[in-house]
Design a protein around this ligand. Structure first.
Ligand code: ZN
Length: 272
């Protein structure tokens, strides 16, 4: 494939502004940063919201406002988190989906100890309901995979009709509690998914670079951004725009091209 979808994960639920001054937290800041990333070559933005204290929140109104501001500026594919606040109930985690109907949303395909903070809880009941809500609202699940057993779970839901082919995977490597961010692990995970599936990958922290290079080399798509990694180089904080710019340069150097939002829609089978 010569088109590579660059997803920008702008904010996340955790990174504090005191540590990373450039991280966008308000709807206005997120929309402006999304537009900068769009101009730098991103086709998809993965969004989290923060409350007034800077903590992750599933506040529907904040999601709505941010998405509206982004849509005023550009046609980026919008991917909303369903894991933006560890205190939220199952219902709160998906309440924004039917109202906003984003083209994509995250589907974290299992639970594990997210060290050292706590248990990242995605119960069978939650996932089944989430899959059905996404189907009813024409939202493509981005299947976030932290370890190989989670691919098995997605196969189970595919058989049950909770997920529909073709599937799209996001391999999240390097979380303490999930698979380590190694090229070997990426190759293994990629070998386990259905033949008609598409995939993307990211590494956490300094491991974002080997995973970025490997994903491009292996024919996958990529995700970068301050949600996953805050440094551009050792002791040098990054901005989202810079991380997307670097990913786009690497894509060009591999004789490929960053996908436009519409090309990403075609690759992922989205209905605009
Ligand atoms: Zn996220």
């Amino acid at each position: 494939m010569d088109k590579v979808i660059i997803t920008a994960a702008l904010t996340g639920a955790l990174t504090p502004k005191e540590k990373v001054p450039s991280i966008p937290l308000t709807p206005e800041e997120i929309a402006e940063d999304a537009f900068r990333c769009y101009k730098a070559g991103a086709a998809v933005v993965h969004l989290h919201m923060r409350d007034d204290e800077g903590l992750g929140t599933m506040d529907k109104e904040k999601f709505k406002k941010t998405v509206a501001l982004i849509k005023e500026k550009c046609d980026l594919v919008i991917n909303l988190t369903t894991s933006g606040d560890s205190r939220a109930t199952d219902e709160e985690r998906m309440a924004h989906l039917p109202e906003i109907k984003p083209e994509m949303a995250s589907f974290d395909a299992g639970s594990f100890n997210w060290m050292p903070g706590g248990v990242f809880m995605n119960t069978p009941k939650f996932l089944e309901k989430l899959g059905m809500v996404m189907q009813e609202n024409n939202i493509k699940p981005e299947l976030e995979i932290f370890d190989s057993g989670m691919i098995h779970i997605t196969e189970y839901y595919l058989k049950k009709g909770v997920l529909k082919a073709p599937l799209h995977y996001q391999f999240v490597l390097g979380v303490l509690g999930g698979a380590e961010a190694t090229v070997e692990n990426l190759i293994h995970l990629k070998s386990k998914i259905p033949a008609d599936a598409t995939w993307s990958a990211l590494g956490i922290g300094k491991d974002h670079l080997p995973i970025l290079y490997a994903a491009i080399a292996l024919g996958g798509h990529v995700r970068v951004g301050l949600e996953d990694n805050i440094y551009y180089a050792k002791n040098r904080l990054a901005t989202n725009e810079e991380l997307v710019q670097r990913a786009a340069r690497l894509v060009y150097e591999a004789n490929k091209k960053p996908a436009t939002p519409d090309e990403a829609r075609e690759i992922l089978g989205l209905k605009k």
